[in-house]
Design a protein around this ligand. Sequence first.
Ligand code: AMP
Length: 222
Amino acid sequence: MATKTAAKPAKKPAAAKTAKAKKAPAKRKPAARKLRPGTPGGVPSSLVPLKARIRTIPDYPKKGILFRDITTLFLDPYGFRKVVDDLVQPHAGRRIDVVAGIEARGFIIGGAVAHQLSVGFIPVRKKGKLPWETIGVDYQLEYGTDRIEIHRDAVTKGQSVLLVDDLIATGGTAIAAIQLLRQAGANLIGCSFVIDLPDLGGKKRIEDMGIPVQALVEFEGH
Ligand code: AMP
């Protein structure tokens, strides 16, 4: 009886087989080293201190002021993360019910801090910006007065509140915010700033009110 044998597939020509097997992976060019914004010439981002990530603009908004511009810090992913982590770290395990941030840079930092602490956020706004019923406090500026406001129902009596802003100078704005939050029934458990200008005395004024103040970097002068 005749036996059937399966027909073997035709062998590929040896040359073609070797060509496929030996196809070398395409050589990649080494990626150009990208520096994050705010990283001065070649230093790895994590080694640049926070202070060096803040831009100083002389004579803004008026002559004699050294404006500490933290938009450079916000732009830098490492710097922004580090600021939020460093502001949150001392409060680990403490009771904080809500974070309040002062318009406008305090919204950016305070919002991120609130998110990290898994609590709510109160915007402390300039006069006339909030849409519902407000309570407010007037405070003195170098020339004239200003007013900050919160919604009437922003704070529940006895809530532990952490106040956040980008910078403390004379303390006028933050103290007005503290008065307003206290008036609404808040228990101020601390104030957190990225920058302190110690020569202007604001941090001390708040500490003298019995409120702990945290600031990550200091700059001389104003
Ligand atoms: P003060 O009420 O005097 O403590 O001023 C604090 C507020 O003014 C904060 O909301 C800051 O954003 C802003 N501010 C005051 N001085 C400066 C400065 N040199 N650079 C940037 N912001 C400043």
